[in-house]
Design a protein around this ligand. Structure first.
Ligand code: NAI
Length: 388
């Protein structure tokens, strides 16, 4: 099925980006927000974005006009009636989302797919607000939606296979890389990526190294584009801390996902990162950074510890059928630009070495955070590797 008319609810950061992606793929878009001023901002931003794309020669003048004209902005939810697919990107509040989804059912026809772009809420709980809950699904874009290739497709336990296929085909046809994730906290990326931040903070808190050294190790030895502290400052602690805390509480307080006080304090202080000029780092002009410890062994130890913790999460996600191996690799390389897939990385390091490193950490801390995934342990016993 080729979806022609796409509704986007909410024209903030994500909704505006999703509307642009759909419009660039020749869909008619009805963009709805309750806030008139937000719609005006979204229109102006889109106009400016398209002018820039045309100036750079990425789109023709004709495409520029066509894309702009593909989107209709409205504050009237009834205008969504003709949509084939509606993607909701409003405030992250399950009760408000449920109300909107229930209302949509009285507006659209029976074949319209209802999707949520939520990062952290259960799709199943949103679907429960609908009479026809089979048509509800998660379609999770990454920020900025027009630039990030990855989209996680998240069927609720009620979602029909037909709707899953239709939703996936539509997003694939927009040139995105889709992966299918089980409806569990953090889906794929926001679950597996946690130790990149939390293990870095733990080493920093324990004085293993300063943040400058940890960032440097992950870039030069790990091959990551940004170090964890730089990245958290860029994402903003209001977003990154809240995701961490939400994932932790949603996992019934599993110590693997426990947040840190260092980051919580930054949030409390309003030191949200780059956008407030201060986070882990101070971005005010003239503020100095601490010296990087160039000891290669130290940097290697730091990098190994974070990578092995990431591998443990990826292996656990595979073990628990959160996604298949290929989708897990795609998610981490396309969603957060990791230098390689974590399962391939595990093969490279050696499964026995991964298990050994995790067991060493467990023996040191006696903390469940470092428990080695049963899959890795079994693979080690059977001397097998991941098929990726
Ligand atoms: P935002 O705050 O930038 O935009 C939300 C928009 O929804 C606002 O324009 C607001 O006026 C509108 N809105 C609120 N209630 C509404 C209602 N009942 N009906 C219609 N419009 C309403 O939020 P953002 O960051 O775009 O996030 C939206 C959703 O996308 C959330 O569920 C979030 O978890 C998810 N998400 C956010 C990402 C991010 O990096 N910001 C990444 C991926 C997903």
């Amino acid at each position: 099925m080729s979806t022609q008319i796409i509704g986007v609810i909410g024209q903030g950061t994500m909704g505006a980006g999703i509307a642009q992606v759909a419009a660039q793929n020749n869909c008619k878009v009805i963009a709805f927000d309750t806030n008139e001023a937000i719609l005006q901002t979204a229109t102006n931003n889109l106009k400016n974005t398209l002018i820039k794309l045309a100036e750079k020669g990425k789109i023709s003048a004709e495409q520029q006009r066509a894309i702009f004209n593909n989107i209709t902005y409205t504050t009237d939810i009834q205008q969504l009636a003709p949509c084939n697919l509606i993607i909701e990107a409003i405030v992250e509040n399950v009760d408000i989302k449920k109300k909107v989804f229930a209302q949509l059912e009285s507006i659209v026809d029976a074949n319209c797919i209802l999707a949520s772009n939520t990062s952290s809420l259960s799709i199943t709980s949103i679907a429960a607000a609908c009479t026809n809950s089979q048509r509800v699904i998660g379609i999770h874009f990454f920020n900025p939606a027009p630039l990030m290739a990855l989209v996680e497709i998240v069927p609720a336990i009620q979602t029909s296979t037909e709707i899953l296929n239709q939703a996936k085909n539509t997003i694939d046809s927009w040139g995105k890389k889709t992966v299918i994730a089980k409806d569990t906290p953090g889906f794929i990326v926001n679950r597996i990526a946690r130790p990149f931040y939390s293990e870095a903070i733990k080493m920093y808190e324990e004085g293993t190294a300063n943040k400058e050294t940890i960032d440097e190790a992950m870039k030069t030895i790990g091959g990551f584009k940004m170090g964890p502290f730089e990245l958290m400052d860029m994402i903003g602690h209001d977003v990154n801390y809240v995701v961490t805390e939400t994932v932790w509480t949603s996992f019934f307080y599993d110590p693997r996902f426990k947040p840190s006080f260092s980051q919580k304090r930054l949030l409390e202080a309003g030191w949200l990162g780059k956008k407030t000029n201060r986070g882990f780092y101070n971005y005010a002009e003239g503020s100095a950074r601490e010296a990087i410890n160039t000891n290669e062994n130290l940097q290697q130890t730091i990098c190994n510890r974070i990578v092995v913790m990431l591998i443990n999460e990826a292996a656990d996600a595979l073990f628990l059928n959160i996604a298949n191996a290929q989708d897990l690799e795609t998610a981490m390389t396309k969603g957060v630009n990791y230098p390689k897939g974590l399962l391939a990385w595990a093969n490279e390091i050696g499964i026995a070495n991964c298990v050994g490193a995790l067991d060493n950490l467990y023996n040191t801390y006696h903390d469940d955070r470092y428990r080695c995934c049963a899959l890795l342990r079994n693979m080690n016993a059977e001397n097998t590797v991941f098929s990726v």
